[in-house]
Design a protein around this ligand. Structure first.
Ligand code: ATP
Length: 373
């Protein structure tokens, strides 16, 4: 299995730079997500790693070996796309066997031309040597499609088709698995179960995996580490918990999970943190910012709606409920606090009262939960 190292990767399209000095150091066996909004350069980064795009500058290494001059089919990367990209006229077994068959024919007939291979391949579909048959059967069993081997891919559900695509990539035993928005075409329920399937397979096989997505929940729930991209740059790389608890920019704080982000001014440094002025309100934080103008980040679950017996908080606000959204196990409140509207998430247990529009509330936030950027 290969580690993937990307150094100073730059990509221009017709003079427009879409990737600016991308650096990635992806460990062997790691599940690494590239996360960012549409157009930020995730797919282009992935395509440069796979060899489908030539970098304008920079180097790409897989397992220590420089890849810049190596053709895509020699890079030993398996690819899975959003669109599945299966052969609709072939059954599941033939789809998965296809690349193994191509490799065998090329190895045994290295001087033949493409057209000859195509004819040879077509004549061999459905008639495979034993080792190919065994390999395909094993992988189909592994992705739980053994009972569908003879079906056309068009007869399968989206989730099953994506498992065929996964099997087709894995059967080649790639060093690196590259997945570009593989779950985007699936409905929400299936997406959740496929997340678990992919993560499980990745952990079983310990295959280095790069996963492109614009869905922060997907990246955070699946990946060991996540690189957040914006406008062709990497803003931050970290574990999901690291990104969530230590966002280094307002963009990350907003993109990775929900946040209340307020502009504040440092008014006092103390031994155990600082005091920040936000509008009329003073807020205490355990962080000590380097600059005076700060972004104050408070996660919705860090705002506690207090009842009469609640102990005092260092940070205490009064607000008025504007809106309540019942989300099953939680309720999300929009709360007017002075000129700010904050969101607060509370755990909902059956029988709890949901606070109505206009209810006055007291809110507490502990200084440990006030992040300063
Ligand atoms: N072949 C190309 N020619 C010209 N511009 C391109 C080409 N491919 C991508 N781009 C541009 O490069 C930028 C990055 O595109 P890319 O597809 O990598 O983004 P992305 O983050 O994967 O977006 P999405 O999530 O929408 O797929 C975009 O502005 C896109 O228009």
């Amino acid at each position: 299995m290969g580690a993937v190292v990307v150094e100073q990767l730059v990509k221009d399209f017709s003079g427009v730079t879409v990737l600016h000095n991308i650096n990635l150091d992806i460990e062997e066996g790691e599940f690494f997500a590239l996360l960012g909004p549409s157009g930020c350069g995730k797919t282009t980064t992935m395509r440069c790693i796979a060899g489908f795009e030539d970098p304008t500058d920079g180097t790409i290494k897989i397992g220590e070996e420089a890849m810049n001059d190596i053709a895509p089919n020699k890079r030993n990367c398996g690819m899975v796309f959003q669109s599945y990209a299966l052969f609709p006229h072939m059954n599941v077994f033939d789809n998965v066997a296809y690349s193994l068959n191509v490799r065998r024919l090329k190895n045994s007939n290295p001087l033949k031309k493409i057209g000859v291979y195509t004819r040879m391949l077509n004549s061999k579909i459905g008639r495979y040597p034993k080792d190919i048959k065994n390999k395909v059967n094993d992988i189909l069993e592994y992705v739980e499609l053994q009972d569908h081997a003879q079906k056309l891919t068009s007869e399968l559900s989206g989730g099953q088709q994506q498992r065929v695509a996964l099997a087709r990539a894995l059967v080649m035993e790639p060093e690196v698995l590259l997945m570009d928005e593989p779950l985007s075409n699936l409905d929400q329920k299936l997406r959740h179960s496929m997340r678990n399937t992919i993560r499980q397979i990745q952990q079983d096989l310990k295959i280095t995996t790069i996963f492109v997505t614009h869905d922060q929940e997907e990246a955070m729930s699946m990946a060991d580490r996540v690189a957040v991209m914006k406008d062709g740059e990497i803003l931050q790389i970290g574990t999901p918990t690291d990104l969530y608890s230590n966002p280094q920019s307002p963009f990350i704080a907003d993109f990775v999970g929900k946040s209340n982000i307020l502009d504040g001014k440092l008014i006092k440094r103390e031994n155990d943190g600082s005091v920040i002025q936000i509008g009329e309100q003073k807020v205490k934080s355990v962080d000590s910012p380097e600059k005076d103008e700060v972004h104050v980040v408070i996660r919705p679950e860090s705002i506690n709606i207090l009842d009469e017996e609640s102990k005092d908080y260092d940070n205490y606000f009064e607000g008025v409920i504007q809106f309540a959204t019942y989300l099953g196990s939680t309720v999300r409140y929009d709360i007017q606090v002075g000129k700010y509207e904050l969101i607060a998430d509370t755990v909902y247990e059956s029988g709890d009262n949901i606070l109505q529009h206009g209810t006055k509330v007291k809110l507490g936030v502990s200084p440990e939960r006030v992040l300063l950027i």
